[in-house]
Design a protein around this ligand. Structure first.
Ligand code: HEC
Length: 141
């Protein structure tokens, strides 16, 4: 029994794990504390889900969310994740995200949106594979 409880606890903490993504998601809603980084990621997800709809209509995303810079500082579930690679992926993602908000050419909207999402996925492949299937849904095929 204690062993089972322990397994449940581990599944709850490892939001980056591949297994049982849906279940972990529900468990997380019940968790009292979510890391600052996980909360930021959910905002980034929502913003890019909105951008996907805009871009599909040919509209330009406006008002780059300044708080995304917190990617460099927000407290992680596992602070060991913050290394040189993390910094590199963060810079690359933030740069791509800004380019999207500064576009003036409609033909670039879809490719640039996908570029943003692929820069999310690149970091996740190394740092946090669990949410990748969810993030891939933000791509415009
Ligand atoms: C620099 C690396 C990096 C980039 C870029 C990145 N992520 Fe993350 N993401 C992480 C890490 C690490 C976590 C785990 C955070 C934690 O648990 O503290 C995470 C967690 C998540 C989660 C799970 C949050 C939860 O419920 O626990 C989602 C969803 C997510 N990211 C989506 C995105 C999206 C969408 C983008 C791009 C707009 C993105 N990520 C860009 C590293 C990254």
């Amino acid at each position: 029994m204690r062993f089972l409880l322990l397994i449940g606890f581990v599944a709850l903490l490892t939001s980056c794990n591949q297994k049982k993504e849906v279940k972990v998601e529900t468990d997380q809603n019940m968790m009292v504390k979510q890391s600052e980084m996980a909360a930021l990621m959910l905002k980034m997800f929502d913003e890019n889900a909105k951008n996907k709809q805009l871009v599909l209509k040919g509209d330009f995303p406006k008002d780059y969310p300044q708080e995304f810079i917190k990617l460099h500082t927000a407290v992680l579930t596992d602070e060991n994740d913050r290394d040189v690679a993390f910094k590199g992926y963060s810079d690359f993602y933030l740069m791509q995200q800004k380019i999207l908000y500064n576009l003036t050419d409609k033909d670039s909207l879809i490719p640039q949106h996908n570029q943003v999402i692929n820069s999310c996925i690149s970091c996740h492949q190394v740092k946090c594979p669990g949410p990748i299937p969810r993030i891939q849904k933000l791509l415009i095929k």
